[in-house]
Design a protein around this ligand. Sequence first.
Ligand code: KG4
Ligand code: ZN
Length: 337
Amino acid sequence: MLVLGFESSCDETGVALYDQERGLLAHALHSQVAMHRDYGGVVPELASRDHVRRLVPLLRKALSDSGRSLGEVGAIAYTQGPGLAGALLVGSAFAEALALGLGVPTVPVHHLEGHLLSPLLSSRPPVFPFVALLVSGGHTQLMRVTGVGKYELLGETLDDAAGEAFDKTAKLLGLGYPGGPALAVLAEQGVPGAVKLPRPMLNSGDLMFSFSGLKTAVLTRVRERELTEQERADVARGFQDAIVEVLVKKSLTALKTTGLQQLVVAGGVGANAELRRQLDLRAARRGLTVYYPELEFCTDNGAMIALAGAMRLATGSPAKPAGGFAVRPRWPLSEIG
Ligand code: KG4
Ligand code: ZN
């Protein structure tokens, strides 16, 4: 069956076509980063209005790239939540209306399930069961994944998410939006060990995280005095090394306690090169394997939503008749049916 997928939970509009037999056929993406940059962050109302403008052109592009027509679509998957209410409403209303018009059912998808399953889009996919480290702008969670829809929370952040900590620290260092990738670039110029920052909860003995103190530690340094260019890079390096060390250690602990051999890293922070370097190094020593989504599927995209919808249908989750819908801006992954 051909599944059409839509993502519109935040500042990316994504459309994709996934064939249950052949895999991903095409995906089209528009990022609103340039539009929100002047404001230093995502402006929800602008995000919603931009999704309205982008959906039809992106759908046309995905269809033309795949060589398929709307008449061949068997079901429509879309992000129901969590995310910005207005942005979710645009994608959901569009997907439900289109499904109604085409006479096909819909599959409302949890955004984080999309991220979790996104490494399955790669040419060398993991197999269930695995541990997933989900590190995005809004979430930091370790999960035991035993199958589609079978996610057990092992640990999560008590305050800021990893991506949020990257973004806020980047702002303190005077870097633009989005901060994570910019901070990672600056950190490459920093001297390892020049600035030593705390490793929050590194030895807490559980799989919980806390990143807000790290941001405060950076704030203290920045407020002390005007930093030179090199000192800013050293702080960025110190921050990145601290966050990476905590993420790596807790991920390895999760593998040890569950007895699993495979780690899947998903979400925007999974694009971080230093995180990948350290995880690969430390996992290889223990004979463990780490899987990442392709870089283009680390951050938000339609492909992961089409995939999640297709996998849900393949594993027997019922599709819903098109028409009535509700978005779920706050939706814990533990509550998915
Ligand atoms: O998964 P995602 O696109 O959106 C959410 O669902 O939240 O993740 C976005 C987050 C942002 O906080 C961004 O700064 C961070 O991922 N990010 C990075 C990198 N690329 C994106 N953080 C650190 N290093 C990167 N290379
Ligand atoms: Zn996301």
